[in-house]
Design a binder for this molecule. Structure first.
Ligand code: GLA
Length: 461
C-alpha cells in the first residue's frame, strides 16, 4: 500500500509491505510525473538506502524498488481511506525484557543435518525422510548426528484461526516427526520473528506463542529462529534480545523441550546474552558458502568469542559444507578441524545419500568428534601465528589438549607442534587424529598441505 501526501513542496509518505510494515519515504521528490524516494535498506552497510520510483501507467500506478534482497515491482489502483484502514499494518508490541531460564538441553554442541546448504527452499517430506534414513544407513546417527533440521521453505499459509500450515510439500508434520523419531533421531523446524523469513515465507510475527505451540504439537525438538525481516522491526540490541526472549519463553511455556538456535548473524554480542533468552547456540556471522575463502573467513576469524562458549551455549559459525563439492579434501579437513577445535555445532549440509567414503571418513572420525563434543566445552583458539600458519589449542576435560596445525597458505609448509602450544613443559604422548595413529613425541613436525590441517591430541606435563 502506497500512501503519499504533499504539503507545499514537501512530499511525505510510506509504502506498507507485508514483509516490513510501513516503510517511510525519505527525500521524496516529484519530477516529470515520476515520484522518486529513498527507503532504509535494513542493515545493509553497502546500500543503507535504496531508491524507489512510482509512475503513472494507463492502469493506475506502478511501484519499482528493491529492499534488501527482494525486488519489488507492483502495480495498483487508487484506494479509499477505508482501503487504507483495512490494509494497515498491525504492529506488535514486544514483552518487556525478562530473562528466560535456560533448559540445559545442549551440554555438548548439537550434531545433525540441516536442509538449507544443499536444498535451499526446495524441500519436501520425502527428502527429509530420505535424509533420516541415510543418517542411519551411513552410520552418521551412531557417530552422534541426531538432529534432522528442516530449514526455510516448509511454510504454507495461516488458517482462519491464525495457525500456520505447512505447504503442500509437507502433508503431515506430525507424521513426519513420528517417522524421524522412530529412527532414533530428532526433528527441527525454522521460523523468524519477522513477518517473512529470509526466503520470503510466512514468519512468526504476531503469532509467536501460537507457532511455538504448533511446533510442540507437531513434535518438533529444535527451533532455528532467524531474524530476517524481523530486523526491520527489531534493529537494536534491546529489541532483538526481547524478540528472542519472547520466543524462548513461548517455547518453554509449551512444556516440550526445544533446542533453541538463535540466528541473528552475530549482532549485538549475542554470545553474551544468548543463554539469557533460553538459547543454546547462536550464529556468529552471515551465511557460509561452499568455498574455502568463505569457510576460512568464518572459521578462523569470525567464530565468536571463546569466553561465550561452554556447555549449553555454543558459538555457531554456521552449518557444514563438507560433502557439497566446492572444496578440496584438504580444505574440508580444515573445515572439520576448525569446527571441532571451536566446539562448534556440527550440522551437516549436504545430500546424505551422496556421501563419498572420503567425506564419510571426515564426518565420522570418532577422535575428532570427541574433541568437538568434549565435556568441558572450551572453545579452542590460535595460540601461535606465523604468516599463513596458525597453531590452535583446545584444553580437554581429561587434561589432554587438542592441537591443530593449519596452513592457510597456497603452498605446502612444515609446522612443528610445540609443548608450549599446549601449555605443557613437555609432550609425553601424541596422536594424529586424521591419520588415526600415534606419533613419536620427538617427531612433531608435520608437512601440512596448502589450505590443509593436521589435528593432534597430546598429553604432557
Ligand atoms: C538465512 C540464514 C540461513 C538460512 C536462510 C534461509 O540466510 O542465515 O542459515 O536459514 O536464511 O532462508
Amino acid at each position: 500500500m502506497l500512501q503519499v501526501a504533499s504539503n507545499g513542496d514537501r512530499i511525505t509518505g510510506a509504502v506498507t509491505t507485508q514483509w516490513y510494515g510501513p516503510v517511510t519515504m525519505q527525500n521524496a521528490r516529484l519530477d516529470k510525473g515520476v515520484l522518486t524516494f529513498e527507503v532504509r535498506n535494513l542493515n545493509d552497510r553497502e546500500h543503507p538506502t535504496r531508491i524507489w520510483t512510482v509512475r503513472r501507467t494507463p492502469k493506475g500506478v506502478q511501484l519499482d524498488g528493491q529492499l534488501w534482497e527482494s525486488k519489488i515491482h507492483a502495480g495498483g489502483r487508487k484506494g479509499t481511506v477505508r482501503d487504507a484502514e483495512a490494509r494497515a499494518f498491525r504492529f506488535q508490541t514486544l514483552p518487556d525484557w525478562k530473562t528466560v531460564e535456560q533448559v540445559p538441553l545442549a551440554p555438548r554442541p548439537p550434531m545433525g543435518w540441516s536442509s538449507w546448504n544443499k536444498f535451499g527452499a526446495n524441500i519436501d517430506d520425502k527428502t527429509i525422510r530420505a535424509m533420516a534414513d541415510a543418517m542411519v544407513s551411513t552410520g552418521l546417527r551412531d557417530a552422534g548426528y541426531i538432529h534432522v533440521n528442516i530449514d526455510d521453505g516448509w511454510q504454507g499459509t495461516r488458517g482462519p484461526d491464525g495457525r500456520i500450515r505447512p505447504n503442500a510439500n509437507f502433508p503431515d508434520m506430525k507424521k513426519l516427526a513420528d517417522y524421524v523419531h522412530s529412527k532414533g533421531l530428532k526433528l527441527g523446524i525454522y521460523s523468524s520473528q519477522g513477518p517473512r523469513t529470509c526466503a520470503g515465507f510466512e514468519g512468526s510475527y504476531g503469532h509467536v506463542q501460537q507457532d511455538a505451540q504448533t511446533f510442540a504439537d507437531w513434535g518438533m525438538d529444535y527451533l532455528k529462529y532467524d531474524l530476517c525481516s524481523g530486523e526491520y522491526f527489531y534493529a537494536d540490541a534491546d529489541t532483538v534480545k526481547r524478540s528472542y526472549a519472547e520466543m524462548g519463553a513461548a517455547l518453554k511455556a509449551t512444556g516440550r523441550p526445544f533446542i533453541y538456535s538463535l540466528c541473528e548473524y552475530g549482532r549485538f554480542e549475542v554470545g553474551s546474552w544468548g543463554r539469557d533468552v533460553g538459547g543454546h547456540l547462536w550464529r556468529t556471522t552471515g551465511d557460509i558458502t561452499d568455498d574455502y575463502a568463505a569457510m576460512a573467513r568464518i572459521g578462523f576469524d569470525k567464530n565468536g568469542k571463546p569466553e561465550h562458549a561452554g556447555p549449553n551455549g555454543f558459538n555457531d559459525p554456521d552449518m557444514l559444507e563438507v560433502g557439497n563439492g566446492g572444496m578440496s579434501l584438504d580444505e574440508y579437513t580444515t573445515h572439520m578441524t576448525l569446527w571441532a577445535m571451536s566446539a562448534a555445532p556440527l550440522l551437516m549440509g549436504h545430500d546424505l545419500r551422496q556421501t563419498s567414503p572420503a567425506m564419510l571418513a571426515l564426518l565420522e572420525n570418532r577422535d575428532v568428534i570427541a574433541v568437538d563434543q568434549d565435556a568441558k566445552g572450551i572453545q579452542g583458539k590460535a595460540v601461535r601465528k606465523d604468516g599463513a600458519l596458525e597453531i590452535w589449542s583446545r584444553p580437554l576435560a581429561d587434561g589432554a589438549v587438542a592441537l591443530a596445525l593449519f596452513n592457510r597458505g597456497d603452498a605446502g609448509a612444515k609446522i612443528e607442534a610445540r609443548a608450549a602450544d599446549a601449555g605443557f613443559g613437555a609432550i609425553t604422548a601424541a596422536r594424529d587424529l586424521w591419520r588415526g595413529q600415534s606419533v613419536a613425541v620427538d617427531k612433531l613436525t608435520f608437512e601440512v598441505p596448502a589450505h590443509g590441517a593436521v589435528m593432534l591430541r597430546v598429553e604432557g606435563k
